[in-house]
Design a protein. Structure first.
Length: 302
């Protein structure tokens, strides 16, 4: 247990203080207790938390329409919800899924990375780092029930889970497609992918910005199961039951043993990584690429 405790992410207090401040700016992070489960069911504007099974599993539903982009406000609310679950001894596992049709998450919110100032980019990147660290090192069993499209930052989120279930639908593509936007996946995105599918497959997937359809995602090991859309959540709960049959302390220490070195690489250079991001994203050429990509997304509609 000691290792798991030591692994808790530094700067947590700092981000949470920031989160509460942002929450205040949003009009308070509201945790509306409701239903027969009392305080165990709660919701903020963008994250719903519902009881999953036998009171020890929670289902977190991402609800940031239209596409669950990972905006700063969303990240803040998600991190507060996750912390609540981590601190509640009753919960041993969390299923993460989407409340938005056909999209698990569109990844990082492009509007947070385009046309803003360096201070904003730094604040945003710190929250993205925190999301990854908190999820990657979570003591909880995390199962991603990926019920839709899952590019870039959405894929990163899914990759931090212990198990990934993908819906068998043409919309459900998954991968780190950063190069298609003219940007580069940071080293810790890359590390997470390499830890999941291996070096060669990652090299190809990253350079080509591949978004894998379900059968290929399964074949390359990016997801563990592909099931019909209406069975994603039930499959996630059934896989969860299997993982919860393992004693927590042994599973948590094993998870820490597997992931600590990867997380430490970022922890040791968080500030440098933020500065790297700020200078990269502020470049005129990168801003231009983002602008073109955003315009393409808009044109797709019209
Ligand atoms: C040397 C290196 C040093 C440092 C490293 C530095 C940098 C690395 C930096 C960044 C890493 C970023 C990772 C990311 O996550 S980038 C985000 C990548 N995401 C995508 O490519 C997905 C884009 N979206 C889509 O493909 C589609 O929207 C969809 C498939 C998810 C859903 O399709 P739909 O047809 O259902 O919906 P749309 O009509 O396309 O979209 C609706 C609406 O939402 C807007 N939108 C979509 N995605 C995003 C997004 N990621 N952020 C913000 N907004 C988004 C879209 O524009 C539409 O808006 P309007 O209604 O037109 O206003």
């Amino acid at each position: 247990m000691a290792l798991a405790v030591r692994m808790r992410v530094p700067c947590r207090a700092l981000l949470c203080a920031g989160a509460q401040l942002r929450g205040a700016a949003l009009g308070r992070p509201e945790w509306a207790a409701g239903g027969g489960d009392g305080a165990r069911r709660f919701a903020s504007l963008r994250v719903l938390v519902e009881p999953g099974a036998e009171g020890r599993v929670a289902v977190m539903k991402l609800k940031n329409p239209p596409v669950n982009s990972l905006s700063l406000d969303f990240l803040t609310e998600f991190l507060i919800s996750l912390e609540k679950l981590e601190n509640d001894k009753a919960f041993r596992g969390v299923v993460i899924t989407s409340d938005c049709p056909n999209v698990f998450s569109a990844g990082l919110d492009l509007r947070e990375m385009y046309g803003r100032n360096p201070g904003h980019y730094a604040e945003y990147w710190k929250a993205v780092q925190e999301l990854w660290l908190r999820l990657y090192l979570s003591n909880l069993v995390l199962v991603a029930a990926i019920n839709g499209s899952c590019p870039a930052g959405g894929c990163l989120m899914a990759l931090t889970s212990d198990v990934r279930i993908l819906s068998d639908s043409p919309k459900s593509v998954i991968g780190l497609n950063e190069t298609l936007l003219g940007i580069v996946a940071p080293f810790w995105f890359k590390d997470t992918l390499v830890n999941t599918i291996g070096h060669r497959a990652s090299e190809r997937a990253l350079q080509l910005g591949l978004l894998f359809p379900p059968a290929e995602a399964l074949q390359v090991g990016l997801v563990d199961h592909v099931v019909p859309e209406d069975q994603v959540q039930s499959m996630a709960l059934s896989v969860m039951a299997h993982w919860l049959a393992i004693p927590d302390h042994a599973r948590q220490l094993t998870k820490a043993m597997m992931r600590k070195a990867t997380a430490d690489r970022l922890i040791k250079q968080r500030e440098a990584d933020i500065q790297n991001f700020v200078s990269f994203i502020s470049r005129d050429s990168i801003q231009k690429s983002l602008q073109i990509y955003l315009e393409k997304l808009k044109q797709k509609k019209g």
